[in-house]
Design a protein around this ligand. Sequence first.
Ligand code: PMP
Length: 402
Amino acid sequence: MSWFSSVELGPPIEVFQLTKQFQEDDFPQKVNLGVGAYRTDEGKPWVLPVVRAAEKTLANDDTLNKEYLPVLGLDLFSSLSTKMLLGNDSAAVTENRAFGVQTLSGTGALRVGAEFLATYLGRTVFYYSKPTWENHRLIFLNAGFKEAKEYRYWHEEKHGLDIEGLLEDLNNAPEGAVIILHACAHNPTGCDPTQEQWGQIAKVIREKKLFPFFDSAYQGFASGDLDKDAWAVRSFVNQGFELFCAQSYAKNFGLYNERTGNLSIVLNNAAHIPAVKSQITWTVRGMYSNPPSHGARIVAHVLNSKDLFEQWRGNIQTMSSRIIEMRKRLREELETLRTPGNWNHITEQIGMFSYTGLNQSQSQHMVKKHHVYMLKSGRISMCGITPNNVKYVAASIYETLT
Ligand code: PMP
């Protein structure tokens, strides 16, 4: 007899399964376009030079030790993170209406925020874009939300945003529903609302008394400019919204595995901060007690130095411009081959991912026949494309579609 004999095998997580298949494949020209991590022109992972420099300095700092951080993490880290998101001159910052909580990367920020909203504000319904990052649903349900709903986002025929569908779905949302919004570089479509469309979204959220929960996993990665990529969040804050924003340093600092993130919380009244902070402390205490220090110290060290901050911006430029260049190259190659269809969306989309428009069977054909690993949804990570494999990827798409 075993207590565990009734446990059935769970479904695989597509993106991790794909990486494993890729690693086991010995085809020389194989390409991994599944994983959401930056690669150099040589297809190698990259530790940002500014991160290496910070690590060396911190390693030589004998005043640092391994003792517990407070439950809400490193203060310097979370306050600088919130300022980076909102801008130093944001009214929410100067009026002390905003604060941060250090979390286990972006996922942890979403989970802590969701659990707080479910526990202390009694929220039960949340909305996510169709499609979205596959983890949103699970995180919110595990945090205590009862009802997962989708709002329309991607328009299949237009290869772009379905703004009418989006607004209609939010218009029909019940009062108090939590709306997950991608701050920039929407995953998986690479397609963001325009500033005007953000204005329309904000209007519905205000009128219908919904709660905006931004997910900012790619600040700096979309346009190469930290301020530009924070525009949507800042515009909501400037309009007086109370909101949560989950920030991840996985992509823009390359700290994937260090689990470095922040939950920024903006209220309209500073008097509510002590109570909210104290209850979030209990949310975190019962979940993992306190966060790890390594990544947070690196980020705080960099954000706190004018010189290192500039270096970091340079590193972000390197990453985002390589991606933009690869988008150009891929589109050129597809057009040179006269691949059926229109490929404007490859360069119009931004950030790490692109929704190619390939359907499920075409995407699986790419994997099986060409050893080009991509998600069934047709999503590719632009980071996996390099000057050495772009022709091969384009030729594989061409063969698949002809
Ligand atoms: N949100 C979105 C939209 C993402 O794409 C990701 C990373 N894949 C995350 C949140 C969180 O990632 P992490 O927990 O590694 O910061």
